[in-house]
Design a protein. Structure first.
Length: 92
C-alpha cells in the first residue's frame, strides 16, 4: 500500500481526520521550508553552513521535530534566498 493510499484510508476515520486538520498549518510550514530549500538547490548541510548551525538542526526543523523561533525561520529562509512573512488569515 502506498503512503498516499494509507493516508487516504486513515483520513476516513473522523478522529484521525480531526487530529490531522489540527496539524495542517504545521505540515504546510514544513512543506514551505522544503520547497524553499529545493528551489534554492541546496542540501541540508549547505543550509546549515549558511545558518552557522548543524545539519541535524536543519533535519529536525524540516521533519517538524523542533519548535523554531521566528528568528530561526527567518535565518532558514534567508539561507535559501527567500523572504519570510506572515499573512493574516480569517479564522472561522
Amino acid at each position: 500500500m502506498s503512503l498516499q493510499k494509507l493516508k487516504q484510508r486513515a483520513l476516513t476515520n473522523p478522529d484521525v481526520k480531526a487530529e490531522y486538520e489540527k496539524l495542517e498549518s504545521e505540515f504546510n510550514l514544513i512543506d514551505q521550508l522544503l520547497s524553499m530549500r529545493t528551489k534554492a538547490g541546496l542540501t541540508q548541510e549547505q543550509v546549515a553552513e549558511r545558518m552557522q548551525t548543524q545539519k541535524s538542526n536543519i533535519s529536525r526543523l524540516e521533519k517538524g521535530n523542533a519548535n523554531p523561533s521566528w528568528s530561526t525561520l527567518l535565518k532558514y529562509a534567508h539561507a535559501c534566498g527567500f523572504e519570510l512573512s506572515l499573512k493574516p488569515q480569517k479564522i472561522v
